[in-house]
Design a protein around this ligand. Structure first.
Ligand code: HEM
Length: 347
């Protein structure tokens, strides 16, 4: 059994793990491992927003960003997903990952201009980027063999890790938690810059991408997932979307992953922006929807072990204030971090 925190990120602790040293989880799970030379990654969400039938601008914007992704200094991995938000708008989000910030910086300027610059009209557009140091994020996979999200750009996967299958495991997997409470600081503020709206969020803002992949399940497991688990997950996702602000969730998107041809796959993920890791922890361990699916999944993974074909993964980041970038153009006011804004400033 390994620690989720790799040896090169271990430090003398001033804060303790939630479990004793001899704790043994009831089923195996794994984390992504980067080469020790990787100190920082970039997670960049490029969103499009429109109502009703997609205008022609949607296909051309999606084609253009895909071409940029495959061009010089582009990401090592990207994927695309869609959902309909609380205001009835369709959103298509392309998420790209880099493990070299210099490459991202060289790539980003023209891509940003094309996405949210003055020429970008007709549909809503947004860019949400985190560039966390590796001590500020964690991953977890219920099985090996198919990396997703940021794990695709990692060097590989760990062996079975100790810090999981208990409330607080997420925090214990983040290297910074050895010495830092990661408490939030400040409030999101809006900056108007011509047609662009930027949000300066705050220290220790939290992002989760929590994925589900039922494409390998056989008939019985698929039925169990689609009829018993997914409706409860959907209820939890809708609660966060519609009532999240009151508990520290600025925005929640329950996304369906799209294949290369743009059609929905049998993969989904919940993606949300949180005021703090603590607020996310509280929802996960107390909201009846997640408590129910957590309990069901623990039982199911403990019983089926490696035979389980449902794949679950997540990545969670707690970003420093200078590791964040949020920019919106022609989006409705409840889009992403715009929903969390109280103060308005101009540049
Ligand atoms: C079918 C969907 C889901 C299932 C079956 C599920 C189940 C679980 C399980 C079993 C764990 C414990 C993992 C471990 O440590 O071994 C967990 C942790 C967690 N899940 Fe989910 N989950 C689902 C979706 C989500 C979504 C969409 C979110 C939020 C967007 C979420 C938030 C969390 C958080 C924050 C934790 C970490 C709790 C902690 O370590 O303190 N889950 N979930």
């Amino acid at each position: 059994m390994e620690s989720a925190i790799p040896p090169h990120l271990k430090t003398d602790r001033s804060r303790h793990r939630r479990v004793p040293d001899d704790y043994s989880p009831p089923y195996p799970s794994f984390v992504a491992r980067h080469k020790p030379t990787v100190t920082r990654v970039v997670m960049a969400y490029f969103g499009l927003q429109y109502r009703g039938e997609p205008p022609a601008a949607v296909a051309s914007a999606l084609g253009e960003i895909a071409r940029r992704f495959t061009g010089a200094n582009g990401p090592s991995h990207w994927d695309r997903a869609q959902y309909v938000d609380q205001a009835g708008f369709s959103n298509v989000v392309s998420v790209a990952y880099w493990d070299d910030v210099a490459k991202f910086d060289a790539w980003f300027g023209p891509a940003r201009e094309a996405w949210t610059g003055d020429g970008a009209t007709g549909i809503g557009r947004y860019i949400e980027v985190l560039r966390p140091s590796v001590a500020r994020y964690e991953t977890l996979f219920s099985s090996l063999g198919r990396a997703e999200g940021v794990a695709v750009i990692a060097d590989g996967m760990s062996g079975a890790v100790q810090e999981h299958a208990y409330w607080g495991g997420m925090r214990d997997r983040i290297a910074l938690s050895q010495t830092d409470e990661m408490a939030p600081g400040g409030k999101p503020a809006l900056v108007r810059d011509g047609g662009r709206l930027r949000v300066n969020a705050h220290a220790n803002l939290c992002l989760i991408r929590s994925g589900q992949d039922w494409s390998d399940t056989d008939a019985a497991e698929r039925k169990l997932y689609l009829e018993e688990v997914e409706p409860v997950l959907r209820e939890g996702m809708e609660f966060l979307r519609d009532e999240g602000l009151g508990i520290g969730c600025y925005a929640n998107r329950y996304m369906r992953v799209l294949g290369a041809d743009g059609t929905p796959t049998e993969k989904s993920y919940g993606q949300s922006w949180w005021k703090s890791l603590a607020a996310l922890e509280r929802w996960a361990e107390s909201h009846p929807t997640h408590v129910k699916i957590f309990g069901a999944a623990m039982k199911y993974l403990s019983t089926l072990g490696p035979a389980a074909k449902l794949r679950l993964y997540h990545e969670v980041t707690v970003a420093a204030a200078d590791e964040q970038f949020f920019e919106y153009r022609d989006c409705h006011p409840a889009t992403g971090m715009l929903a969390g804004v109280e103060a308005v400033a101009a540049v």
